[in-house]
Design a protein around this ligand. Structure first.
Ligand code: ATP
Length: 596
């Protein structure tokens, strides 16, 4: 709980002053709210005591003055303040802080998480933080202040009656703590089930193409329905139990009011208290306890929101696993010499948010690559070949520092990758991924994305040069708005070959020292393939190039070819050398199918 509150406070630190102002306004509103009933009591006593009509009217006017001051000045001002600052600024700030944390995670950490589940945890967490803030500021805080002020006033008016009310409040609070404790685990369990259903839903939307081409529409709807029914059942069971117990808890309120009336009436009978004073007492008691009576619903919302926020905090507590040094090496230019020295690596176990991280000494882990050593000279064209699943992409991921190796070193220009400024390095590497991922934005935005927002300043000549190198010039003029055409979600308006060429242009725009093609030509037809091969030859000049190719044509003229098998390098050399000495390479070449 302490940790939870500390995290909450840390999130809202810039708003603490603002919250203090809101609290001050709330105090004003509650204090003035206390005064009106006081005047009602005075009016009743004045009437019973046979005071002049003018005197009664003066008291009524004073009560009206307080009402107007409370409602029109303090209340309006406080609403204006809250709406302008708290309601809009805080969610914006929470979202920005969350995104800043999320982008710090390594590529490997993002790969290791289910994106649907992550999105769900973040969205629910952000929403629930807003809900908790709203409930605390606009419900709990006024109620708490009301209780303190009213209890003080009650004690001042008649201490024994005040004690009865305070006793009732303490009992109610105790019952609340008990309920919270009793339902804690069930709520966490419910939250987990809800997350699983949301994850399933977003998986369906993400893979809607697979659902449609396999005609599985009814099946996924049924599966979703089954899962959400289960959540619904759990939810109903939990809240029915909770509300039943909460209604017993709220009986404390009725009993306390009864005790106040019984004892108060006795005092009036014995002339220890005036009728007006008893009325004031009942007003205040009713106000203080009445607000607490609505606590059941608010508490339910709070408990539910707290479970989501707990998950959200657990997600944000994950440390980025790629540690960035304080004073990293930042060379003026990378030359592109790459060396792997005895590198071994196994993928970390995929864990759900909030789940404990497995022990570092987990012996069940199988090494994906083991004892990999090779060297690529600056400016060389290197190729990795091997059967599917042999570990080629993993080697590239280690070069991109998506993960750090378990053993050995990845060295660039003589420096271990771990001591190099990672962002600076990534700005010098262009990657044409296996599946080109594109933003639902313009062609220009997608190509110039790596330029840190400076895309607008790329000259027409530079765009034309990149378009020519990547062979985009062969299709962009026929798009409806040229470079400014919105290419749709994941580049849906482009063909596979066109998407690939956008990926090449995006990698080239950085003028990288190292260019990586991960199976970049795998789904192109012969014409497109030849076109890309020409392009590769042109763009490779003056930089280190690493290719994971599916086609022999891509690697035949490579300066060095590495043959990967079972996570090890089993052959190294030029094509004609490997054809003589490496049986694994010979098999790959003879198969000539999608084995590279
Ligand atoms: P392909 O040519 O089919 O792309 P590859 O040679 O590039 O294959 P890798 O993607 O490096 O192979 O995969 C090597 C092994 O690591 C495979 O057994 C694969 O199942 C496993 N693997 C890949 N990515 C992950 C991951 N994120 N988590 C766990 N295991 C993974």
């Amino acid at each position: 709980m302490k940790k939870f509150l500390a995290r909450f406070a840390e999130f809202y630190r810039p708003f603490l002053k603002l919250f203090a102002v809101v609290t001050l306004f709330t105090c004003g509103v509650q204090f003035l709210g206390l005064l009106s009933p006081y005047f009602y009591g005075k009016i009743i006593d004045a009437l019973i005591g046979g005071k002049a009509y003018k005197e009664v009217l003066t008291l009524a006017a004073m009560s009206l003055g307080i009402f107007l001051l409370n409602n029109s000045v303090v209340g309006c001002f406080s609403d204006l303040f809250d709406s302008k600052n708290v309601r809009y600024d805080t969610p914006k700030y929470v979202a920005k802080k969350t995104l800043s944390q999320v982008v710090k995670y390594s590529l490997g950490q993002h790969i290791g998480q289910n994106s649907g589940a992550t999105q769900d945890v973040i969205k629910k967490g952000e929403h629930s933080m807003g809900a908790i803030t709203g409930l605390v500021l606009y419900y709990l805080l006024p109620v708490a202040l009301q209780i303190v002020l009213f209890a003080g006033a009650l004690l001042y008016l008649e201490w024994s009656l005040g004690l009865i009310v305070l006793g009732g409040l303490a009992l109610h609070l105790g019952a609340n703590i008990y309920l919270n404790f009793k339902f804690k685990d069930s709520l966490q369990n419910l939250e987990k089930k809800r997350s699983d259903v949301s994850k399933f839903y977003s998986e369906i939307l993400r893979n809607i193409g697979v659902v449609k081409v396999n005609a599985q529409e009814e099946r996924v709807v049924d599966e979703y329905d089954e899962q959400s029914q289960e959540v619904c059942r759990t939810e109903k069971d939990l809240w029915i139990k909770y509300m039943w117990l909460a209604s017993w808890r709220d009986n404390i309120i009725g009993l306390t009011i009864f005790a106040v009336i019984a004892v108060g009436a006795f005092y009036v009978h014995k002339k220890l208290l005036s009728v007006g004073q008893l009325v004031v007492f009942l007003f205040w008691t009713n106000r203080a306890l009445g607000s607490i009576g609505q606590l059941g619903n608010v508490q339910r919302q709070l408990m539910s929101a707290a479970a989501s926020v707990k998950n959200f905090f657990a997600f944000l507590e994950i440390e980025p696993d790629i540690k960035i040094m304080d004073n990293p090496v930042r060379p003026g230019k990378f030359f592109g010499e790459i060396e792997f020295k005895n590198v071994s690596f196994s993928y970390p176990k995929r864990i759900s948010i909030g789940e404990e991280k497995p022990e570092a000494s987990d012996t069940s882990k199988r090494e994906t690559i083991s004892g990999v050593s090779f060297k690529i000279k600056a400016g060389q064209k290197a190729a990795f070949v091997g059967l599917s699943g042999s570990g080629k992409s993993t080697i590239i991921k280690l070069l991109l520092r998506a993960y750090d190796p378990d053993e050995g070193q990845v060295i660039v220009d003589g420096n271990d990758l771990r001591i190099i400024d990672h962002k600076h390095f990534m700005n010098s590497v262009g990657v044409v991924e296996q599946d080109i991922t594109l933003f639902d934005n313009t062609l220009r935005y997608n190509i110039t994305f790596p330029l840190n927002g400076r895309g607008r300043f790329v000259s027409f000549e530079e765009m034309a040069r990149i378009a020519e190198l990547s062979r985009i010039n062969e299709f962009y003029p026929i798009l409806e708005c040229g470079f400014d055409t919105i290419i749709g979600e994941r580049g849906i308006k482009l063909s596979g070959g066109q998407r690939k060429r956008v990926g090449i242009a995006r990698a080239l725009i950085k003028n990288p020292s190292i260019l990586i093609f991960d199976e970049a030509t795998s789904d192109l037809d012969a014409m497109n393939d030849a076109m890309i091969q020409d392009s590769i030859k042109e763009i490779g000049a003056g930089r280190t190039m690493i290719i994971i190719a599916h086609r022999l044509s891509t690697i035949k003229d490579a300066d060095v070819i590495f043959v990967v098998s079972g996570g090890k390098i089993v052959g190294e050399g030029k094509h004609h050398e490997l054809m003589k000495i490496c049986p694994e390479y010979q098999i790959l070449v003879h198969k000539q199918v999608k084995v590279f």
